[in-house]
Design a protein around this ligand. Structure first.
Ligand code: ASP
Length: 331
């Protein structure tokens, strides 16, 4: 899809809500959270609530019957791939899953991303792509005539995860403005915290970043936070933030992004949220995690009603149902 042709559609600042005509997403790529303003977020969340109700009432529908999604995953995935597949199937569509076997596809013969994309779009109506390189989703979108949805481009962005994260906060706490959100762990390489931070800048929130020194939030994101005038503080210690946080968003140290594994070993076990630590947190707060967890949240937290991470997983399917329906013009 030619980016230049799309640019005006994403220039929301210059558009009247009416021009968007229920959503601006039909036929569009979803590459970055920068494409979403508050009106569009409200729209996606409203559709996600409808999807939730639909699934709870009758399990699904057939509005995407005859539509095919290709799930092309060059990196491991459990939730993102499974929830996109479940979302497509609950809407009556079907899926070409290339989620385990990229090593058996022509990619292993040296096919370029561009050619793989141009091939797969011959069979499908939408491509969901996860790739280890930052910027790869935009490259794929530049080549594809059909919508491309970024399911994680290396340490870059993970927009659909951020949408489901924001939706979870909204549904769990009933609001977004006024909240204190603490992000813990690998803020340098964690793409979910990058996308979520950008989305949260549209709301009146305070941000607390908790990380080891070498995994601090990248300067480019810090500058955006500061430019937005958001109250932000960085610390190395969860104890500094747990008492006041409304949201504790915990992340895994992204082992696969380290070129020096000795450095990974130094920081991998820095944080662990335990039931004991949770006694210091507010009664009405939530603990989130994009998962997988590899020791950052003790299993003894799971029964705490404030542990929202598995409810967060389910919200992923509702959000992805809403996005697929919108992108394929069936909103
Ligand atoms: N599942 C999330 C991602 O793909 C988080 C993680 O892998 O740690 O970015």
């Amino acid at each position: 899809m030619n980016v230049n042709e799309l640019t005006p559609l994403f220039n929301f600042a210059e558009m009247q809500p009416r021009q968007r005509n229920s959503n601006g997403l039909t036929g569009q790529d979803i590459i970055s959270v920068s494409q979403f303003d508050r009106d569009l977020l409200d729209y996606v969340f409203a559709r996600a609530r409808e999807m939730r109700e639909l699934v709870q009432r009758v399990g699904g529908t057939d509005i995407l019957k005859g539509h095919v999604l290709t799930a092309l995953f060059y990196e491991p995935s459990t939730r993102t791939s499974a929830s996109f597949i479940a979302a497509m199937e609950r809407l009556g569509g079907s899926v070409i899953p290339i989620t385990q076997g990229v090593q058996f596809s022509s990619v292993s013969k040296g096919e370029t991303l561009a050619d793989t994309i141009r091939t797969l779009e011959q069979y499908s109506d939408v491509i969901v792509l996860r790739h280890p390189e930052m910027g790869s989703a935009q490259v794929a979108a530049d080549y594809a005539e059909i919508p491309v949805i970024n399911a994680g481009d290396g340490p870059g962005e993970h927009p659909t995860q951020a949408l489901l994260d924001l939706f979870t906060i909204r549904e769990e706490l009933g609001m977004l403005d006024g909240l204190k959100v603490a992000m813990v762990g690998d803020l340098r390489y964690g793409r979910t915290v990058h996308s979520l931070t950008k989305l949260l800048l549209q709301y009146n929130v305070s941000l607390r970043f908790v990380s080891p020194e070498i995994l601090r939030m990248p300067l480019s994101y810090m500058n955006q936070v500061i430019d937005a005038g958001v109250d932000v503080r960085e610390t190395h210690d969860v104890a500094d933030v747990i008492k006041n946080a409304d949201v504790l968003y915990v992340t895994r140290v992204q082992k696969e992004r380290f070129s020096d594994l000795a450095q990974y070993e130094q920081v991998k076990d820095q944080y662990e949220i335990t039931a004991e630590l949770m006694t210091q947190a507010k009664a009405k707060m939530i603990v989130m995690h994009p998962l997988p967890r590899v020791g950052e949240i003790h299993y003894n937290v799971d029964k705490d009603p404030r542990a929202a991470y598995f409810r967060q997983v389910q919200n992923g399917m509702f959000i992805r149902m809403a996005l697929l329906a919108a992108v394929l013009g069936k909103a």
